[in-house]
Design a protein around this ligand. Structure first.
Ligand SMILES: Cc1cc2nc3c(=O)[nH]c(=O)nc-3n(C[C@H](O)[C@H](O)[C@H](O)COP(=O)(O)OP(=O)(O)OC[C@H]3O[C@@H](n4cnc5c(N)ncnc54)[C@H](O)[C@@H]3O)c2cc1C
Length: 367
């Protein structure tokens, strides 16, 4: 039987898997229950690894045409910037983040797939799957409740944090969650207040009892994320100075750090949020899903699918450890931690090597 792959989920991971498999000339079917994609976006940052992986299929160039480029990081306390790190200290091409709402990134990936003759089958849910010999028999359900069956060599579960495929493999999702919800808001600001040298940076504002992350989404829109439940209460000076005018979108979410024990279960694979979730600190979630997808497609293309778990599980484990440590540090508001950060942070990062390593980690080039 010719190798074929069913991908459950057309988020960034599933779309990347479909693009990568099509590069190996492997027939794919990609399904998603969502008929119309939500315009509100979770991930914004498209990091250098993703840029490299999606270069050959033209997606990176398309994203670059629409995205904002973020060239560094600024850490603020209530009054001033106390640490500035520019990504040009990293000797890697590319060495910037491209910022584009996830919904647009997905739309550009879906368009690239359509150019290869692959259409996402929307309104279609994977409800069950069973390995029968060398094939996987999947049960799909459409929006009218009609069920159909599809045989494929492999099934990729790119179906997000509440993955049905993970459930079918009989695995739980070990890990833990932070005690409080975080909140985010996309805030429209006065475009006249937009300063290029400020709004091509990511900003971490460390205040007395919370931290706030500010990222430019587009000229006139700022994403503000806070580790408390009132992101719009007491907006940092950086945002207030840009004259906030309207809240475009507001949401809250619980931060968890979890990883499944096995990325492979026979001919069933897990990738992206179905396999691992973590805090948005460092902007790695979508990007790690894209990396999983390309690695898995290469393993399938080279007929060594069993290598996938070994290659990606250890990588994911290390990344989650780093992201969790960064998150716990960022959300520790003790007097001592605030003092250490403000006093020793600039001293530590005055060394070029420390700055470079920090920048590489934040660009997703190193765990
Ligand atoms: C508030 C918030 C902010 C975030 N910010 C960032 C950020 O700044 N940077 C970053 O890199 N990451 C960020 N993330 C994480 C990032 O959005 C995710 O890591 C990313 O979306 C994972 O992509 P995915 O394709 O693996 O899963 P998803 O994006 O969840 O996609 C899964 C897809 O599977 C489909 N599906 C579900 N069930 C089935 C089924 N049974 N059959 C078929 N299809 C199914 C769903 O409809 C969905 O389209 C953020 C997350 C949140 C919640």
């Amino acid at each position: 039987m010719e190798t074929s792959v069913l991908i459950a989920g057309a988020g960034p991971t599933g779309l990347a898997a479909a693009l990568a498999l099509s590069g190996h000339q492997i027939p794919v079917t990609i399904i998603d229950p969502v008929v119309t994609r939500s315009p509100f976006s979770k991930a914004l940052a498209f990091n250098p690894r993703s840029q490299e992986l999606l270069e050959a299929c033209g997606v990176t160039a398309a994203i670059r045409r629409e995205a904002r480029e973020v060239t560094g990081l600024r850490m603020h306390d209530a009054k001033r910037v106390f640490l500035a790190i520019d990504f040009d200290c990293v000797d890697h091409d590319p060495n910037t983040m491209l910022v584009l709402p996830q919904a647009r990134t997905e739309a550009l990936m879906e368009q690239a797939l359509a150019e290869r003759g692959i259409t996402v089958q929307r309104g279609m849910t994977l409800v069950d799957a069973e390995q029968q010999g060398d094939a996987v028999m999947s049960t799909l359900r459409d929006t009218d409740g009609n069920e159909s069956y599809l045989a494929s060599t492999y099934l990729i579960g790119a179906d997000g944090a509440h993955s049905r495929v993970r459930e079918i493999t009989g695995q739980d999702f070990p890990g833990d969650a932070l005690a409080h919800d975080w909140t985010l808001a996309d805030v429209r600001i006065d475009p006249a207040a937009w300063q290029a040298d400020t709004f091509n940076k990511a900003h971490l504002v460390r205040e007395k009892n919370r931290f706030v992350f500010v990222l430019p989404v587009s000229p006139g829109i700022l994403r503000v994320v806070s580790d408390d439940e009132g992101v719009l209460d007491n907006l940092p000076g950086l945002v207030r100075d840009a004259t906030p005018q309207e809240v475009v979108w507001q949401s809250s979410f619980r931060v968890s750090h979890r990883q499944v024990a096995n990325y492979q279960h026979g001919h069933l694979f897990l990738a992206g949020d179905a396999a691992h979730i973590h805090s948005p600190v460092g902007g790695r979630g979508m990007n790690m899903g894209i990396e999983d997808a390309f690695c898995l497609a290469d393993c399938i293309g080279q007929e060594t699918p069993e290598d996938y778990h070994r290659l990606r599980h250890a990588y994911g484990k290390q990344a989650i450890r780093l992201i969790k440590a960064q998150t716990l540090f960022a959300t520790n508001h003790s007097l001592l931690t605030n003092l250490v950060t403000r006093l020793f942070g600039p001293m530590l990062f005055s060394a070029t090597r420390a700055r470079r390593e920090f920048a590489r980690r934040n660009l997703g080039l190193q765990n």
